[in-house]
Design a protein around this ligand. Structure first.
Ligand SMILES: [Fe+2]
Ligand SMILES: [Fe+2]
Length: 309
């Protein structure tokens, strides 16, 4: 990260002086979010007493380790997103202001449920605290940076969240054999991640409306590439760490995890090109309209919004 942030500094992205008025024509605030799209808070509380087994995903330690690694990273990451948006509340158009409130409540609820889920993982003897500390260390590197830098990080991680969330909703077999309570948590979370996927980007468009198109593109694309690489690399590292706690050697764990992610079922292989859209100049999360997936959850509220495919 140190080398990467140095790269950013060299590029001028994190230099506060680069926030001076842009010389190129400003890009207007134009969002691809569907005008009628609204965020709905589904305040779900999952059964804390349910016996989620140690290898809750189909008895497979590898699949379980991957999801557990992601889950352990969420509470601190989502708190960072909420804190970041707090800095941009002033002067928002009414629809965005309303959505920031809904987004914040959604993320608070996700955190609450994942804290409970992580406790179950921990009760099975896994050390997940070190994963949380790793996220904290990564986010500490953002301290003192321009608030737009943190917003660009949030765009990148919310994009990753939306793309990874799309997978189990579009292909329910990704959760085949998973413990029903655990699978329900992931589907619920995935639904709301898709639903609010455009908000942070819209805040960005509004907050940087006086920037040149080039500065906007350069900042968000560079930050997206670097932070996603860092975050994804750490998810792999931590999943391998969890597998080592299951008794696998580092080499075995790495081989099995890579096969799971890139080959069978190969979620990362499938989502790579979807993720890479963030590097294109005309990117907006809602240029891929997957609202139909929102209706696939069991919530009566979401069913009312969008019928299932
Ligand atoms: Fe979330
Ligand atoms: Fe989110």
């Amino acid at each position: 990260m140190t080398d990467q942030t140095t790269d950013l500094e060299r590029s001028g992205v994190t230099d506060k002086s680069s926030d001076a008025p842009a010389t190129a024509p400003a890009t207007a605030f134009a969002s691809a979010t569907p005008a009628e799209h609204e965020l709905i808070v589904r305040d779900r509380r999952f059964d804390r007493t349910a016996m989620v087994p140690r290898h809750w995903h189909s008895g497979d330690p590898v699949a379980t380790a991957w999801y557990n690694s992601v889950s352990a990273s969420l509470p601190r990451g989502e708190a960072f997103f909420i804190d970041t948006l707090r800095d941009f509340r002033e002067g928002l158009p009414p629809k965005l202001a309303r959505e920031v409130k809904a987004f914040t409540t959604q993320e608070i609820n996700h955190t609450r449920e994942h804290v409970a889920f992580n406790r179950l993982v921990s009760d099975h003897g896994y050390n997940v605290e070190s994963i949380d500390q790793g996220i904290q260390a990564m986010l500490e590197l953002t301290e003192g940076r321009p608030k737009e830098f943190n917003l660009a990080i949030t765009i990148a991680l919310e994009h990753f969240a939306a793309i990874i969330s799309r997978q189990p909703l579009a292909k329910p077999e990704y959760l085949d054999g998973a413990d029903p309570v655990a699978a329900d948590i992931w589907r619920w979370h995935a639904t709301e991640e898709i639903e609010h996927k455009g908000l942070v980007y819209d805040i960005w468009l509004h907050a940087t409306r006086d920037w040149s198109a080039w500065k906007r593109y350069k900042t968000r694309a560079l930050v997206a590439a670097l932070i996603t690489k860092k975050y994804f690399g750490n998810r792999i590292r931590d999943a391998i760490g969890l597998l080592e706690q299951d008794g696998f050697t580092h080499k075995q764990a790495k081989r099995k995890l890579y096969a799971f992610l890139w080959w069978k079922p190969g979620m990362m292989r499938r989502m790579f090109f979807e993720w890479a859209t963030i590097l294109t100049p005309g990117f907006h999360p809602w240029k891929h309209d997957d609202r139909a997936l929102i209706g696939k959850t069991e919530s009566p509220y979401s069913d009312a919004v969008m019928p299932a495919e």
